[in-house]
Design a protein. Structure first.
Length: 500
């Protein structure tokens, strides 16, 4: 008798859970919000779609089918209306990040990116804003120049051998080496041979997959993390590897700084990121701690390479498939060179003065923003009115940058790569304002990516150098991608030749 009871208990529990979910779905005041059938009862539909790595396209299709608010799971809703986006992400927003972001941190640690505490995030962000400001970033330009010179050398070698290579991979090598030089004062060495040094690229990818999926069921993160960390092929192990890697780099920098026999030759302007942070820590240890050094170094490595590499791939893909835009950009670079406004090593300031280059970059990042999942936020106390529907406290809402960027009302013919739309809108201030409000390749509001200016620096200097000096031929008609937070190209194969 007791044995039979033990056997049926799990089924009773499962049945009870099903009944509870059905009851909540039927009685929910949000039951009228449309979405795929199974999203009313379970998050498994969303998990499955994310697992397939194409959710940026799925998300666009959902809004085209169902409208401005779509149910993604029982308590998660994707939004797309510009007025709702202002409420959720605008200045002074009280909508904190959702528990999905817990999957992006160690269970016993916090980071600036994943921090769900609005006040603490604001206080910590202020500590580092100066290091990431545009005025500070331009001082990192020599680090970028060094990496571009090596990158160009590799292109020349590929041209000599008529070699097919994966441009997306080499963009990641470039971005990794730049962020290594900027952060630690030393390249990692990815650009030397294109090898995945110490498995760092693989570790970051594993981390992306793990964090993307476990965040859908964040209550499992602390239970899975320690166990999975023991398996090298897991995303948890990827996070542990990156943490160990950063700690070792910081330790080496500390040893170098403590070596009194070593003369200091660097000026403050050319010091790397962590050297500046160490100086700030020494001057004000209560404000900047060793842990701040660690989390910022880790953030640079984990996020700094992928964001830039994905964006560079998007820019070059659309240029290579838009001959007229490519011709216009080359004409602009040529004209600037003839006028003495463009150096051999194109400076960031020179690149910023090129209107068509800036329009090309902006349009490509509209069509292919780096992140491809909703930026989930929690409705605060008191609830919120969005798209004529009241959302109670604790409900999770979010916008996907791909959904916003493909809005036909804001961007007519949204699938068309047309840099001119940004130049034309400069004569229509209200139109340009609306376009900028829906433009979010680096996030929105107070949670905008801290490393945005570093990424823009890297792209603004490399793209015109490639366009001016080389011809690239893609080998495929489409660029396959995989979306685990970052929408990364998987087979961007090209051939390269020198331009005369």
């Amino acid at each position: 008798m007791h044995a039979h009871l033990l056997l049926i208990l799990p089924f009773l529990y499962l049945g009870l859970q099903v009944l509870l979910k059905l009851s909540r779905a039927i009685s929910s005041p949000l039951k009228g919000i449309p979405g795929p059938f199974w999203t009313r009862f379970t998050s498994l539909w969303y998990l499955d779609r994310c697992r397939k790595g194409r959710f940026e396209r799925d998300n666009i299709d959902l809004h085209q089918k169902y409208g401005p608010v779509v149910r993604i799971s029982p308590d998660h809703y994707s939004i797309s209306d510009i007025s709702d986006i202002k409420i959720v992400y605008g200045p002074g927003s009280k909508f904190p990040k959702s528990a999905w972001y817990d999957g992006w941190r160690h269970p016993q640690q916090w980071t600036v990116f994943s921090d769900r505490d609005i006040k603490r995030h604001s206080e910590n962000r202020k500590r580092f804003t100066g290091l990431y400001s545009m005025s500070s970033v331009v001082n990192y330009e020599p680090f970028v120049d060094r990496c571009i010179d090596i990158f160009s050398q590799r292109f020349n070698e590929f041209a000599d051998r008529n070699q097919v290579f994966d441009l997306g991979h080499w963009f990641q090598c470039y971005a990794f080496d730049v962020i290594g030089d900027i952060t630690f004062g030393q390249r990692f060495g990815f650009l030397d041979h294109g090898n995945d040094i110490d498995g760092a690229i693989k570790a970051v990818h594993q981390l992306l997959v793990y964090s993307t999926l476990v965040g859908i069921y964040p209550e499992w993160h602390h239970r899975l993390f320690e166990t999975l960390s023991k398996f090298k092929s897991s995303g948890a192990a990827g996070r542990a590897y990156i943490a160990k890697f950063v700690r070792e780099k910081i330790s080496l920098l500390e040893q170098e700084r403590n070596n009194v026999d070593k003369p200091t030759t660097e000026t403050p302007k050319t010091q790397d990121f962590l050297t500046k942070m160490m100086k700030a820590r020494d001057e004000n240890p209560e404000k900047v701690t060793d842990y701040h050094l660690f989390i910022m170094g880790q953030s640079n490595v984990a996020a700094g390479s992928d964001t830039t590499a994905v964006s560079l791939s998007g820019i070059m893909w659309y240029l290579l498939n838009s001959p007229e835009a490519l011709r216009k950009l080359r004409d602009e670079i040529h004209d600037f060179t003839q006028q003495g406004r463009c150096s051999v090593n194109i400076t960031f300031n020179e690149a910023q003065q090129m209107p068509y280059l800036q329009a090309v970059m902006k349009e490509a990042l509209r069509l292919h923003p780096a992140t491809g999942l909703p930026m989930w936020r929690v409705v605060p106390a008191g609830g919120a009115q969005l798209s004529g529907q009241f959302f109670s406290e604790g409900t999770v809402v979010g916008v996907n940058s791909w959904v916003a960027h493909y809005d036909e009302q804001v961007f007519p013919d949204p699938k068309v790569f047309r840099p001119e739309r940004w130049l034309e809108s400069e004569t229509e201030p209200e139109k340009l304002k609306e376009m900028n409000q829906m433009y979010m390749p680096f996030g929105l509001g107070s949670r905008t990516c801290l490393g945005k200016h570093i990424s823009i620096l890297e792209m603004s200097k490399l793209i015109p150098r490639i366009v001016r000096d080389f011809d690239l031929t893609p080998l495929r008609a489409t660029m396959a991608t995989s979306n685990f937070w970052f929408v990364k190209p998987t087979d961007f194969e090209v051939r390269v030749s020198r331009r005369i």
